[in-house]
Design a protein around this ligand. Sequence first.
Ligand code: CMP
Length: 137
Amino acid sequence: MLEKTLLIIKPDGVKKKLIGKIISRIEKEGFNILNIKFLKLSIEEAKEFYKIHEGKDFYSSLCEFMASGPIVVILLEGENCQRRLRELVGATDPTKAAKGTIRKEFGSSIQENVVHAANPEENVEREIKFFFPEIVI
Ligand code: CMP
Protein backbone atom coordinates (compact mmCIF):
# COMPACT_ATOMS: atom_id res chain seq x y z
CA MET A 1 0.00 0.00 0.00
CA LEU A 2 1.37 3.43 -0.96
CA GLU A 3 1.34 5.58 2.18
CA LYS A 4 3.00 8.52 3.89
CA THR A 5 4.86 8.77 7.16
CA LEU A 6 6.90 11.19 9.24
CA LEU A 7 10.50 11.08 10.43
CA ILE A 8 12.08 13.58 12.83
CA ILE A 9 15.81 13.99 13.28
CA LYS A 10 15.88 15.04 16.95
CA PRO A 11 18.11 17.77 18.48
CA ASP A 12 20.81 15.21 19.34
CA GLY A 13 20.91 14.00 15.71
CA VAL A 14 21.32 17.57 14.45
CA LYS A 15 24.00 18.35 17.08
CA LYS A 16 25.92 15.19 16.14
CA LYS A 17 25.85 16.29 12.45
CA LEU A 18 23.90 13.21 11.37
CA ILE A 19 21.41 14.93 9.03
CA GLY A 20 23.27 13.93 5.87
CA LYS A 21 23.89 10.35 6.98
CA ILE A 22 20.27 9.79 8.00
CA ILE A 23 18.83 11.30 4.81
CA SER A 24 21.25 9.26 2.74
CA ARG A 25 20.13 6.09 4.55
CA ILE A 26 16.45 6.94 3.95
CA GLU A 27 17.09 7.44 0.23
CA LYS A 28 19.15 4.26 -0.03
CA GLU A 29 16.26 2.29 1.49
CA GLY A 30 13.99 3.58 -1.30
CA PHE A 31 11.74 6.02 0.59
CA ASN A 32 10.61 9.07 -1.40
CA ILE A 33 11.14 12.40 0.35
CA LEU A 34 8.13 14.66 -0.22
CA ASN A 35 9.10 17.57 2.03
CA ILE A 36 11.71 18.61 4.62
CA LYS A 37 11.53 21.34 7.28
CA PHE A 38 14.29 22.56 9.58
CA LEU A 39 12.78 24.18 12.67
CA LYS A 40 12.94 24.57 16.43
CA LEU A 41 9.95 23.58 18.57
CA SER A 42 8.83 25.73 21.49
CA ILE A 43 8.26 23.87 24.75
CA GLU A 44 4.48 24.25 24.19
CA GLU A 45 4.73 22.75 20.69
CA ALA A 46 6.83 19.84 21.99
CA LYS A 47 4.22 19.19 24.72
CA GLU A 48 1.42 19.24 22.15
CA PHE A 49 3.25 16.95 19.71
CA TYR A 50 4.03 14.38 22.44
CA LYS A 51 0.77 14.77 24.38
CA ILE A 52 0.11 11.02 24.04
CA HIS A 53 2.90 10.62 26.63
CA GLU A 54 1.52 13.24 29.07
CA GLY A 55 1.67 11.90 32.63
CA LYS A 56 4.57 9.53 31.99
CA ASP A 57 7.69 10.08 34.07
CA PHE A 58 9.80 11.00 31.02
CA TYR A 59 7.29 13.51 29.55
CA SER A 60 8.78 16.80 30.90
CA SER A 61 12.33 15.79 30.18
CA LEU A 62 11.36 14.60 26.67
CA CYS A 63 9.62 17.91 25.87
CA GLU A 64 12.57 19.96 27.16
CA PHE A 65 14.93 17.85 25.08
CA MET A 66 12.80 18.18 21.94
CA ALA A 67 12.74 21.97 22.36
CA SER A 68 16.46 22.19 23.14
CA GLY A 69 17.64 22.74 19.57
CA PRO A 70 16.69 22.54 15.92
CA ILE A 71 15.12 19.42 14.44
CA VAL A 72 14.61 18.19 10.88
CA VAL A 73 11.12 16.99 9.99
CA ILE A 74 10.84 14.79 6.91
CA LEU A 75 7.67 13.73 5.11
CA LEU A 76 8.13 10.38 3.41
CA GLU A 77 6.14 8.28 0.99
CA GLY A 78 6.51 4.68 -0.12
CA GLU A 79 4.99 1.22 -0.18
CA ASN A 80 4.23 0.21 3.43
CA CYS A 81 6.58 2.98 4.51
CA GLN A 82 5.07 3.36 8.01
CA ARG A 83 6.14 -0.13 9.08
CA ARG A 84 9.35 -0.05 7.03
CA LEU A 85 10.47 3.22 8.62
CA ARG A 86 9.84 1.87 12.13
CA GLU A 87 12.02 -1.12 11.28
CA LEU A 88 14.80 1.08 9.92
CA VAL A 89 14.69 3.33 13.01
CA GLY A 90 14.77 0.44 15.53
CA ALA A 91 13.64 0.08 19.15
CA THR A 92 13.27 3.18 21.38
CA ASP A 93 16.18 2.10 23.57
CA PRO A 94 19.32 2.08 21.37
CA THR A 95 20.86 -0.68 23.50
CA LYS A 96 17.90 -2.92 22.55
CA ALA A 97 17.66 -1.83 18.90
CA ALA A 98 18.55 -4.38 16.23
CA LYS A 99 21.89 -4.26 14.45
CA GLY A 100 21.81 -2.05 11.38
CA THR A 101 19.06 0.27 12.67
CA ILE A 102 19.58 4.03 12.92
CA ARG A 103 19.14 4.07 16.69
CA LYS A 104 21.56 1.18 17.22
CA GLU A 105 24.18 2.95 15.15
CA PHE A 106 23.77 6.51 16.43
CA GLY A 107 21.53 6.62 19.55
CA SER A 108 23.08 7.40 22.93
CA SER A 109 20.19 6.84 25.38
CA ILE A 110 16.49 5.97 25.53
CA GLN A 111 15.72 9.71 25.30
CA GLU A 112 18.52 10.83 23.01
CA ASN A 113 17.74 8.25 20.37
CA VAL A 114 18.41 10.48 17.33
CA VAL A 115 15.14 10.01 15.44
CA HIS A 116 11.38 9.71 15.85
CA ALA A 117 9.25 7.71 13.41
CA ALA A 118 5.47 8.15 13.42
CA ASN A 119 3.79 5.13 15.00
CA PRO A 120 1.01 3.44 12.99
CA GLU A 121 -0.47 2.22 16.30
CA GLU A 122 -0.86 5.84 17.43
CA ASN A 123 -1.74 8.48 14.83
CA VAL A 124 0.46 9.01 11.81
CA GLU A 125 -1.99 11.42 10.16
CA ARG A 126 -2.07 13.68 13.23
CA GLU A 127 1.74 13.80 13.32
CA ILE A 128 2.00 14.61 9.60
CA LYS A 129 -0.65 17.36 9.93
CA PHE A 130 1.18 18.79 12.97
CA PHE A 131 4.16 19.71 10.80
CA PHE A 132 2.64 19.74 7.30
CA PRO A 133 -0.93 21.07 7.71
CA GLU A 134 -1.06 21.80 3.99
CA ILE A 135 -0.61 18.13 3.00
CA VAL A 136 -3.54 16.06 1.75
CA ILE A 137 -3.12 12.52 3.09
P1 CMP B 1 10.05 8.50 20.42
O1 CMP B 1 9.97 7.36 19.48
O2 CMP B 1 10.20 9.86 19.85
O3 CMP B 1 8.73 8.48 21.35
C1 CMP B 1 8.71 8.99 22.66
C2 CMP B 1 10.07 9.42 23.13
O4 CMP B 1 10.20 9.56 24.54
C3 CMP B 1 11.07 8.33 22.79
O5 CMP B 1 11.28 8.26 21.40
C4 CMP B 1 12.27 8.78 23.62
O6 CMP B 1 13.00 9.84 23.02
C5 CMP B 1 11.59 9.36 24.87
N1 CMP B 1 11.70 8.50 26.05
C6 CMP B 1 12.42 8.80 27.13
N2 CMP B 1 12.32 7.83 28.05
C7 CMP B 1 11.50 6.89 27.55
C8 CMP B 1 11.02 5.64 28.04
N3 CMP B 1 11.35 5.18 29.24
N4 CMP B 1 10.20 4.93 27.24
C9 CMP B 1 9.84 5.40 26.02
N5 CMP B 1 10.28 6.60 25.50
C10 CMP B 1 11.11 7.33 26.27
